[in-house]
Design a protein around this ligand. Structure first.
Ligand code: SAM
Length: 273
């Protein structure tokens, strides 16, 4: 048992089936400005940056723009289709490279000034190994930034239907049973300190969506997309009928009743001396 995370100790990261969730469409819409806004103060021309769990690379490409032609950005991800999409979409960005790799197995001779990772550590059960790996990839005085969720603290107004609340509760249990941390956005502060990082800074990075804004409706529907995966059914956490009821009732809630949803996130940043 991890004393900080209070989750089961596991030795392997769970394999997540992302094929049914239209995840690439969600990731393609992300921008540094909207979806990792607090990182901008850490980005300077000339930096060599590693983006761990870069998805299809839309935020990574924005980072490459800010570090400019004297800087360089490498995005890695362990989902092959996301890396292929990033490579083809941003082939013309000279200071940007995408590599298909799991962080635990990533090998390079290069060291980085800054390592960033958005919404990825929520999926990592082997947190200590992953952090030690990142330490080995940082230059002296290098900086690490992790942006991630506090899933336990999400709020919906008004309350969501019971079928989706039940699905969400089981989602948190499914994650916890696999050793994933449902409040990584909080716990990463202590984990950084435990691994010798200094000058730890914490930035609020909540995402707030309101139905009155048409562009927010798809964001509110994130949980129907999560429930599009049958993985939790296949692993015995919910029945197929419960999954379908969760999607139907939640979509109805978004279209007819929703006021807002706040996803709680923090960026935690620190230096390795
Ligand atoms: C929720 S997505 C975030 C994508 C992007 N950073 C963003 O904020 O839009 C998490 C990503 O982390 C990747 N990922 C999860 N565990 C990983 C690991 N151990 N090594 C490399 N990539 C990983 C997944 O394939 C996925 O693309």
């Amino acid at each position: 048992m991890c004393q900080i995370c209070q989750t089961a100790t596991v030795t392997e990261n769970k394999v997540i089936d992302r094929s049914a969730q239209q995840a690439n469409t969600i990731y393609n819409q992300r921008t540094l400005e909207q979806d990792y806004r607090t990182l901008k103060s850490a980005l300077k021309p000339g930096l060599r940056v590693l983006d761990v769990g870069c998805g299809t690379g839309s935020i990574t490409k924005d980072i490459a723009e800010l570090v400019g032609p004297t800087g360089y950005v490498v995005g890695i991800d362990h989902t092959a289709s996301f890396i292929s999409e990033g490579k083809s979409q941003y082939a013309d960005v000279a200071n940007l490279e995408f590599i298909y790799a799991d962080i635990l197995n990533f090998q390079t001779e290069e060291k980085f000034d800054l390592i960033v990772s958005a919404r990825t550590f929520q999926w990592i059960s082997t947190l200590d190994r992953a952090i030690e790996k990142l330490k080995s990839l940082l230059k002296p005085n290098g900086q690490l930034s992790i942006l991630d969720y506090i899933h336990e603290a999400i709020t919906w107004t008004p309350k969501i239907p019971a079928a989706m609340q039940n699905f969400y509760n089981m989602f948190l249990m499914w994650r916890k049973d696999a050793g994933m941390n449902n409040r990584i956005g909080y716990d990463i502060i202590d984990i950084f300190a435990e691994h010798g990082f200094e000058e730890i800074e914490v930035f609020n990075a909540d995402e707030h969506y309101e139905r009155i804004f048409p562009a927010h409706v798809e964001k509110l529907k994130i949980w129907s997309k999560v429930a599009a995966s049958k993985q939790m059914v296949e692993e015995g956490y919910v029945s197929e009928q419960e999954r379908l009821d969760a999607i139907e009732s939640y979509n109805h809630w978004v279209d007819k009743e929703a006021t807002s949803m706040t996803l709680k996130l923090r960026e935690v940043r620190a230096i390795l001396n």
